[in-house]
Structures are given as structure tokens and as C-alpha cells.
Design a protein around this ligand. Structure first.
Ligand SMILES: [Zn+2]
Length: 146
């Protein structure tokens, strides 16, 4: 078996996962972190990643869950219709929707939210370049948090 080396730092790599990827696990963590740092500097992308993806998924889950509900409470009735028409959702409104959705719905949506964020992150990263310097800065953070 020939020895494989990390494409980023040149250290020997041995796990199947690292070899398939072409770089070691520490470099993988540093690269991911460097991309997150870059995303956090992009206001639109970070707002979408940190807030809008979750809002849209919780809102559609909320609207769907209570689609056929006849609300007795005037507050709930008007809240539901305001969410149907909402272009923006406040933190307070999010909290109300989360409270109205039961545990089962939310545990499903946690996973859906996580997957949607990952998909967005990967898509966002696909046309971005990170520098070797950014990877090294991120590597220091990765080591510190070990
Ligand atoms: Zn490496």
C-alpha cells in the first residue's frame, strides 16, 4: 500500500474517509470552519442560514398543521391568518408557532431544518474560494476547541 498525503497540509493520511476526501480530518474541520467564517461575513447568507431557513420551515409546518383547525380563540384565529400573509416573522411570532406545534412535529422539523441548512451551506460554498491563510486561522481555532 502506498502512503497517501493530505492535499492541504502534506501530513500522511490513513483512514479511508481521509483518503477518499484527499485531506485529513483536522484539515476537513478547518476548511468547514473557514467556510462558516466566510458565510458569517455575508449578511444575506448568514441571515438566511441562521434565521430565514428555520422561519420558513416552521411557518410552513405551522400553516400545514393547523390548516383544518377551527380556532375558538380569536387570538389564534387572527394569528394564523397573519402568518398566512406574513412576509417577515418576528422572534415573538416564531415562539408562538413553536409553542403551538407539539413535540413530535418539532423533533421532525429539527432534522428538516438541519438538513436544509446543510444543503444551503454546501450550495453556498460551492462557488466560494477560501485561502490557505483562512484555513490556517481556522485550524488554530479547531485546535483550541479540541
Ligand atoms: Zn491536512
Amino acid at each position: 500500500m502506498t502512503q497517501e498525503y493530505c492535499n492541504v497540509c502534506g501530513h500522511p493520511i490513513s483512514s479511508d474517509e481521509s483518503i477518499a476526501r484527499g485531506y485529513g480530518s483536522e484539515c476537513a474541520a478547518a476548511i468547514t470552519k473557514a467556510y462558516y467564517e466566510l458565510l458569517n461575513k455575508d449578511n444575506d447568507a448568514s441571515l438566511k442560514y441562521n434565521w430565514i431557513i428555520e422561519v420558513e420551515l416552521v411557518k410552513s409546518l405551522f400553516l400545514d398543521t393547523f390548516k383544518t383547525t377551527k380556532f375558538r380563540s380569536e387570538f389564534k384565529k387572527s394569528f394564523y391568518s397573519s402568518m398566512q400573509n406574513a412576509e417577515r416573522v418576528s422572534r415573538k411570532q416564531m415562539d408562538i408557532m413553536i409553542k403551538e406545534l407539539d413535540y413530535k412535529h418539532l423533533s421532525v422539523s429539527r432534522e428538516v431544518i438541519y438538513n436544509a441548512r446543510q444543503a444551503f451551506f454546501e450550495e453556498w460554498c460551492s462557488d466560494k474560494k477560501i485561502t490557505r491563510a483562512a484555513i490556517e486561522i481556522a485550524r488554530r481555532e479547531v485546535r483550541k476547541n479540541k
